[in-house]
Design a protein around this ligand. Structure first.
Ligand SMILES: NC(=O)c1ccc[n+]([C@@H]2O[C@H](COP(=O)([O-])OP(=O)(O)OC[C@H]3O[C@@H](n4cnc5c(N)ncnc54)[C@H](OP(=O)(O)O)[C@@H]3O)[C@@H](O)[C@H]2O)c1
Length: 291
């Protein structure tokens, strides 16, 4: 698979990564099928695995997805040294809700729990899951800077941030990557300049929900423009949309999720799918209803 740099001073990774979220939330597969799916992603060139402590059903099973990733890597016969695990802290799942907690003491405890769940001494990429409006942003980022200085994490990433927050965080600690949503239904990171800011500083832009997320991705097979381009390439509508996301900038690394080996393999195949400028334009101007 072609490679893209995760960020300044960070390694290259497969241009399409894999996100484990749907292996651990509602409608999740068995643990054995989840491990098979992660193995399929690894076997087909994904070297960036994105997870989070809160990819689970509720606070009682925090780390569910991190433990699955750790198990899959233990049981994988390939070269584990090439694999980058990216996880996140800064949220909680009380009674299954998604809530933010960016307090430094929470981030310190969450990082220790993630280290244990992943079975590692140092986390390669640790991302602030989302700014917490109840906590000064610089305090949350400062906690990650302290974890980096203590050697608990190697690289610092941000998620769900604005250009102003990227700039503010870079004044506190070197930032490696930004993880925001980017797909044709939600192209905001292009218009708001977040992708451009990443390009300016060589930060990896980890595009989450690249096919629209769990609900909207189901609209792709009937989307007139996407389905026509998919037919022309003999590719799936999902692969076409991931190829469009990839083409938005050389710093973009889509991280699709999938619950089956077949879907993971198909999504990763998008790394080899090159759309023409005219096809990219047709998708760029097409209507993608969020309804
Ligand atoms: N930082 C954040 O706040 C944040 C938020 C959301 C997600 N994320 C990250 O981004 C990753 C992906 O996001 P996401 O799960 O929201 O959205 P997504 O990757 O756009 O959509 C995932 C869904 O698309 C389906 N799919 C993917 N490839 C397919 C294919 N080739 N053919 C058919 N169906 C396909 C999957 O179906 P099946 O499940 O049936 O396989 C899955 O349900 C997550 O795993 C997580 O790592 C981060």
């Amino acid at each position: 698979m072609r490679q893209r740099r995760l960020g300044p001073d960070a390694p290259e990774v497969g241009a399409v990564g894999y996100g484990g979220m749907h292996l651990s939330i509602e409608d999740r597969p068995s643990a054995a099928e989840a491990v098979r799916t992660i193995h399929a992603a690894l076997d087909h060139g994904a070297t960036l695995l994105d997870t989070a402590d809160v990819y689970c059903l509720d606070d009682a099973e925090l780390g569910h997805n991190e433990r699955l990733v750790a198990r899959a890597l233990r049981e994988w016969p390939g070269d584990r040294d090439r694999i980058v695990i990216a996880t996140k802290g800064g949220m909680t799942r009380p009674a299954g809700r998604w809530e933010r907690d960016g307090r430094p003491e929470h981030l310190r405890a969450a990082c220790e729990r993630s280290l244990r769940a992943l079975g590692v001494d140092r986390i390669e990429l640790y991302q602030l899951h989302a700014p917490d409006p109840a906590v000064p942003f610089e305090e949350s980022v400062g906690a990650l800077a302290d974890l980096r200085a203590a050697g608990r994490i190697r690289h610092v990433g941000l998620s769900n941030v604005t250009v102003a927050q990227i700039d503010a965080a870079r004044r506190v600690v070197p930032i490696t990557s930004v993880q925001n949503r980017l797909n044709p239904f939600f192209p905001e990171s292009l218009a708001t300049g977040v992708v451009a800011r990443c390009e300016e500083h060589g930060l990896g832009f980890l595009a989450y929900s690249p096919v629209g997320g769990g609900r909207l991705n189901r609209k792709l097979p009937s989307h007139p423009v996407v389905s026509a381009i998919a037919r022309d390439h003999g590719a799936s509508p999902h692969a076409v949309v991931i190829a469009w996301v990839l083409a938005q900038s050389p710093v973009v690394i889509p991280i699709p999720s999938a619950r089956t080996p077949a879907h993971a393999i198909d999504a990763l195949g998008a790394a080899e799918l090159v759309l023409t400028p005219a096809e990219l334009d047709r998708i760029g101007v097409a209507e993608f209803s969020r309804a």
